[in-house]
Every structure is written in structure tokens, then in C-alpha cells.
Design a protein around this ligand. Structure first.
Ligand code: SF4
Length: 180
């Protein structure tokens, strides 16, 4: 279970998530093999996934850009909400490489309008601490280590919060643990 910080009423009224400017957007969600099976069982077509062992979802045209095939334009909701992948459950937390591609870090995606107004609050700071501990827990860190594609490339609009040593060491054993 991944704790959510953004109230669903705010998510449903927002037009940022699940839509992308182009069909090769690096931000389109990555699904593990297990998550692909769950998404297909929930109704997503098999051809939405180029590799059924794990892949980023294949986007479909939407307005001027593209959307996740699981996104329902009529309702503005995720059509597979209870089966959505870890990549989506974490948002607006992003897990990515730092600018030198040496360490895995977690950060706020500043594109999320909710986070822009609340990220300095004590509640948000406590959420970050809990999420860092969750991401570094063995059962979650192992998913990232088994699926390195879940760690995104550095994005300069993500506000870096913490270095994730367990995931970093799992992917780059020669790195020395340190804190930002
Ligand atoms: S799986 Fe659901 S939450 Fe994730 S991008 Fe697709 S529609 Fe959005």
C-alpha cells in the first residue's frame, strides 16, 4: 500500500496527470510484468504494452497530445484505479537519477498543482519522511532494483527531497552511501 497525499477530489478536477505532450514522453508510466497482467485483467488491451515482461505503456492520441490508454476522457478518472501501477501510485513523488546519474533520489514533481501550494507544510514534510522510509523498505526497494526502468531520468522540474541509498546501492553497488 502506498499512502496518497493528494485528495482524490483534487486529482479528479486536475488535467495534468495521465496526459502527455507526445507519444514518447519519458513520463509515461512503467508497468512491471505483474502490473501488466493486472491492467489487462482490468480491461487494458494487450497491445498497450510493447513488452509484457515490463514496459512503459503505449500512449494513444488525445486532444492535441496523448493519454494513457487506461485514462477515461469522459470521467477524467483512471479506468484501472485499483490496479494502477506503482509508478502512478507514487505520484506526485518522482523517483529518478540525480543530475550526474550517480544516485537515485526522490522528489516532488512541481507540475502537480496541489504540491505547489502545500509542499512546505509540516504535513507534507512528514509525508516525505514516511515515503522515503517506504521506498527504502526491502519490498519496495527490490521492485526498483528488479525494474531499473522505474527510475526516471533526471528532470529539472522535480524538487529533490532525499537520496535513496538502498535503491542506489542496489543499482550501483560501487556507490558509497551518503545523505544529501
Ligand atoms: S494507469 Fe491510471 S493513473 Fe496511471 S497514467 Fe494511466 S490512467 Fe493515469
Amino acid at each position: 500500500m502506498i499512502e496518497q497525499i493528494v485528495p482524490s477530489t483534487i486529482c479528479f478536477a486536475c488535467d495534468v496527470c495521465c496526459r502527455f505532450p507526445d507519444d514518447t514522453s519519458p513520463l509515461r508510466p512503467y508497468f512491471t510484468e505483474e502490473e501488466i497482467r493486472a491492467a489487462m485483467a482490468a480491461g487494458v488491451a494487450p497491445d498497450a504494452f510493447p513488452d509484457h515482461h515490463g514496459s512503459q505503456v503505449r500512449l494513444v492520441p488525445h486532444d492535441e497530445g496523448y493519454r494513457c490508454p487506461a485514462f477515461c476522457p469522459e470521467t477524467g478518472h483512471c479506468g484501472i484505479y485499483t490496479a494502477r501501477p506503482l509508478d502512478c501510485r507514487l505520484y506526485p513523488i518522482a523517483v529518478m537519477w540525480d543530475v550526474e546519474t550517480q544516485a537515485v533520489v526522490m522528489g516532488w514533481d512541481s507540475k502537480c498543482p496541489f504540491i505547489r501550494g502545500t509542499r512546505e507544510s509540516p504535513e507534507s514534510q512528514m509525508y516525505v519522511d514516511r515515503m522515503a522510509a517506504r521506498l527504502e523498505s526491502p519490498n519496495i526497494a527490490d521492485i526498483f532494483i528488479e525494474h531499473p526502468q522505474l527510475v526516471g531520468a533526471y528532470q529539472d522540474d522535480v524538487i529533490i527531497l532525499k537520496r535513496l541509498d538502498t535503491i542506489t546501492l542496489g543499482l550501483r553497488p560501487s556507490e558509497k552511501p551518503r545523505r544529501p
